[in-house]
Design a protein around this ligand. Structure first.
Ligand code: ATP
Length: 349
């Protein structure tokens, strides 16, 4: 259990700046999810923390211990990091048991302790009885689970997971993710989970960090980043969002699809409003607070549905819980019942 502080980190490959003055910190036992587009530097950040890349500037601290400064780097094997790289990368010539035990220092543990850890880890990943198999005899998903077990077996101070669940089918993915997060929490292990799955980020982490072009541009609790995004683009990267053109007038009122009243005073800025689909209510009864539209499409997910409604020249997405009796072609009334998140056009990513 340790805290992590990454401060003004810079990593370059040749001329190319990959991590750009990146700062990020986690308290002891916190789990962070790192979300960002492909190529923005997520793996590079993990590899820098693991000691596999030498940063060009900045510092990395585990608790009070400085592990990385441009001239001083603690070698990777001394950092007590459990790292699961994107491809899992098991040792092909070692059995599953040997892979899991690989990072355990044989001079510190008895054979019984090692056997116990292997058993415990195989139970966690639900591969009991696989001790003697070779990696080539396992499916891709099973290999990922063994890579996770190998990282967790050393009871690491920090765990770094680079999209560990992406190759798994939906059911196994959900179960294993929840087991791994429970285990990390039980041992109060500080962890970073890289994912492209925004729901996985929100459900797993204490802190969600949004990364763009080598920088963390917003970080906060899942609730904060979901409900208080710093830009329309960030809103879209943490969940479904409707982005509507809008204007603000000098008296501070916001004018957009759901409030099209004439501006009082002059228009002070043009911009956009962000609405979450669950913040719009639909019914069959028009009220003074509602606008009218026609259902164009229904995407049914079982537990809920996403309904696309044509309103004037806009397509409005509305999430409603099941069961419901709306059909394509129905005329409905829409009411915006959530916060009005206004962003002036000058707000970029
Ligand atoms: P993805 O989500 O696709 O895995 P990522 O956010 O993890 O992407 P990185 O793997 O950190 O991105 O790569 C960031 C950038 O650095 C990319 O442009 C990549 O091509 C480049 N890069 C990564 N490793 C090296 C390397 N060893 N040498 C040169 N360039 C590299």
């Amino acid at each position: 259990m340790t805290s992590l502080e990454v401060s003004h980190l810079e990593v370059s490959f040749g001329e190319k700046l990959i991590l750009d003055d990146l700062s990020f910190s986690l308290k002891e036992g916190q789990i962070a999810a790192l979300l960002g587009p492909s190529g923005c530097g997520k793996t590079t950040l993990l590899r820098s923390i693991a000691g596999l890349i030498q940063p060009t500037a900045g510092t990395i601290r585990f608790g009070k211990q400085l592990v990385s400064l441009s001239s001083l780097v603690m070698p990777s094997h001394k950092r007590k990091i459990g790292y699961v790289p994107q491809d899992g990368a098991l040792f092909p010539h070692l059995t599953i048991a040997e892979n899991i035990a690989f990072g355990l220092d044989k001079s510190l543990f008895t054979k019984d302790q090692i056997r116990h850890t292997i058993k415990e880890m195989l139970q966690l990943i639900e591969l009991q009885g696989f001790e003697r198999r070779m990696p080539s005899e396992l499916s891709g998903g099973q290999q990922t689970r063994v890579a996770l077990a190998r990282a967790l077996a050393i009871k690491p101070a920090i765990v770094l997971l680079d999209e560990p669940f992406s190759a798994l089918d939906a059911e196994l993915r959900g179960d294993l993710r929840s087991d791994v997060i429970d285990l990390l929490r039980a041992h109060q292990t500080t962890a970073i989970l890289v994912t492209h799955d925004r729901e996985e980020a929100l459900v797993s982490a204490d802190i969600v960090a949004l990364m763009r072009d080598g920088k963390i541009i917003q970080q906060g609790t899942p609730e904060d980043v979901y409900s208080l995004p710093i830009s329309p683009a960030i809103a879209v990267s943490t969940g479904d969002a409707l982005v509507l053109s809008a204007a603000q007038s000098s008296d501070g009122s916001t004018h957009y699809l759901f409030n099209s009243s004439a501006a009082k005073g002059s228009v002070s800025s043009q911009g956009q409003v962000v609405i979450r689909p669950e913040e719009i209510k639909i019914s069959r009864t028009i009220s003074p607070d509602s606008i009218s539209g026609v259902i164009a499409k229904i995407d049914y997910y079982g537990h809920d549905a996403m309904i696309t409604i044509s309103v004037a020249h806009e397509s409005v997405m509305v999430r409603i819980p099941g069961p419901f009796d709306f059909q394509v072609g129905d005329q409905v009334a829409l009411e915006h019942v959530g916060p009005v998140r206004y962003f002036a056009s000058s707000v970029k990513d």
